[in-house]
Design a protein around this ligand. Structure first.
Ligand code: ATP
Length: 476
């Protein structure tokens, strides 16, 4: 990247961050107290946008499919879950400390890291560093259940939602009519004590995941893996993300549990970043939990890292987390394909992709720069704004009537606060696809103007056609 491209990308990112604050999308957590690193609050617009992202995911993954069911498992789980899953021993990043500036860096990102004393330099060439050897730092947040803070009460805030799915595999099978191949999906908060939270919400310590575990017959897993990579990439483009800014990246170095992993990456203003990882996790997790449940009775509440998991039963294919195939009259442990996406990263990508500046005339006809969020209508926080032209002559009453009617079907806004041009700009900046204006003609002939966010073109339509028009225009 040349210096000028990097500069313009960083100023674009600054503009997007400023817009999200100005319009109530995203605030720094605890800003009032000086802020806390790696945690973010979604304001009135942000909560709607992120909810629409999660709803679109839920619709595509659960509602529209016959082979996927939903789940909402607890954030707090038995500590042995994290031993069996491998997180206690392996969910760590190698870190390097600088004894001079006291900062900690990820060993695999020393060139991208910033020296604690000379922010223009990296810690390897700042001239004053005194670096330790890399040491593993576990990313799980520890907490204690109940009043006693000893190792038997210690557990973790979940670093992923997936393990709650594996832990409920047997419950779902025994209480529903699912048959392999099938999936279990859930959306929820996860926590990782990231060493270096950065790039706005992209790398946070508290974030939301949208994960699905798809259980299939061993041998069919390669095909399902390919299918899920395609399905998941299409989800982003169907919701308007630019195809040219998405890429698939296959991992060459695979995690020990994975047979294949492909990331879906988006070109953010700060560079390519992972939106979602799709992994073929084989039968690793279910088998590990079978070992875990054979171990838990013997655990004395001591330090989990010195616990050894029980060996796998020779008959493990018939264990508690196996599946019985009614037709073949056979038990086995299914393989798992996992599309694991981040709700905050997806939201950020949709925001970055939607951000645009163009030219529009102000109230006096003077052309000025207009900031507009060209969000897909399904994601837009507000679907239409109802604006009385004047705050008199019956306009507010008529506009309110329309608003009351439309809000039963769509998320709409009513705004009579400023000059009409200013109100249009505000709606453009939060991505509202349509503005409906009530004026003098409305009072006489029952028509309103409908302004399109992207083209800024206005058409006159009869009030009673509004519901149909919104549905059609927004593809809802
Ligand atoms: P990265 O390599 O960027 O740390 P990861 O490969 O560890 O991510 P996964 O464990 O595959 O991520 O998690 C699935 C998804 O959860 C990611 O694709 C991402 O969208 C989201 N996610 C993971 N870590 C974070 C984080 N610290 N902040 C925000 N979202 C995250």
């Amino acid at each position: 990247m040349t210096a000028t491209v990097a500069e313009s990308n960083s100023s674009l990112m600054e503009k997007i961050v400023a817009l999200t604050k100005r319009r109530g999308f995203i605030f720094q957590s605890s800003e009032l107290y000086g802020g806390i690193n790696g945690a973010w609050d979604y304001g009135p617009m942000g909560v709607l946008l992120k909810r629409n992202v999660k709803d679109a995911w839920w619709r595509a993954m659960v509602h529209d499919r016959e082979d996927v069911v939903g789940l909402d498992s607890a954030i707090l789980m038995h500590p042995m879950v994290w031993k069996s899953s491998g997180h206690v021993d392996g969910f760590s990043d190698p870190m390097i400390d600088c004894k001079t500036c006291k900062k900690r860096f990820r060993a695999d990102d020393m060139d991208g890291a910033i020296c604690g004393q000379k922010p223009s330099k990296s810690p390897t060439n700042c001239g004053a560093s005194d670096l330790t050897e890399p040491r593993n730092f576990n990313l799980m947040f520890e907490t204690f259940l109940g009043p006693i803070s000893d190792s038997s009460a210690k557990t973790f805030l979940r670093p992923e939602t997936a393990q709650g799915i594996f832990a409920n595999f047997a419950n779902v099978i025994s209480t529903t009519r699912v048959k392999v191949p099938f999936g279990i999906a859930q959306v929820g908060k996860s926590f990782r004590n990231e060493i270096n939270p950065r790039n706005f919400t992209f790398r946070s310590r508290e974030f939301e995941q949208m994960e699905m575990e798809f259980f299939c017959v061993p041998g069919t897993d390669d095909d399902w893996f390919k299918k899920w990579v395609e399905i998941r990439k299409r989800w982003y483009t169907d919701l308007g993300l630019s195809d040219g800014k998405l890429r698939l990246r296959d991992h060459d170095k695979l995690a020990h549990y994975s047979k294949a992993t492909t990331d879906i990456e988006y070109l953010f203003p700060f560079g390519w970043g992972e939106l979602e990882g799709i992994a073929n996790r084989t039968d690793f997790d279910l088998r590990q939990h079978q070992r875990g449940i054979r171990t838990v009775g013997k655990w004395d509440g001591g330090d989990l890292s010195s616990v050894e998991l029980a060996a796998e039963d020779a008959e493990y294919q018939k264990g508690k987390l196996s599946y019985f195939d009614d037709e073949k009259k056979q038990r086995y442990i299914p393989y798992v394909i996992e599309p694991a996406a981040g709700a905050d990263r997806a939201t950020l990508a949709f925001l970055c992709d939607a951000y645009a500046e163009d030219n529009a005339p102000d109230a006096n006809g003077k052309v000025e720069t207009r900031v507009v969020l060209r969000l897909h209508p399904r994601l837009a926080p507000i679907k239409a704004a109802i604006l009385p032209l004047m705050r008199k002559d019956g306009h507010p009453e008529r506009a309110r009537k329309i608003y009351d009617d439309l809000k039963r079907r769509f998320f709409v806004d009513y705004d009579e606060s400023a000059a009409i041009g200013k109100r249009y700009r505000r709606q453009d900046e939060i991505g509202t696809p349509l503005c409906i204006t009530v004026d003098y003609d409305t009072i006489t002939d029952g028509t309103v103007t409908v302004r399109d966010r992207d083209t800024m073109q206005q058409v006159r339509v009869s009030e009673d056609k509004l519901r149909d028009l919104i549905e059609e225009k927004l593809g809802l």
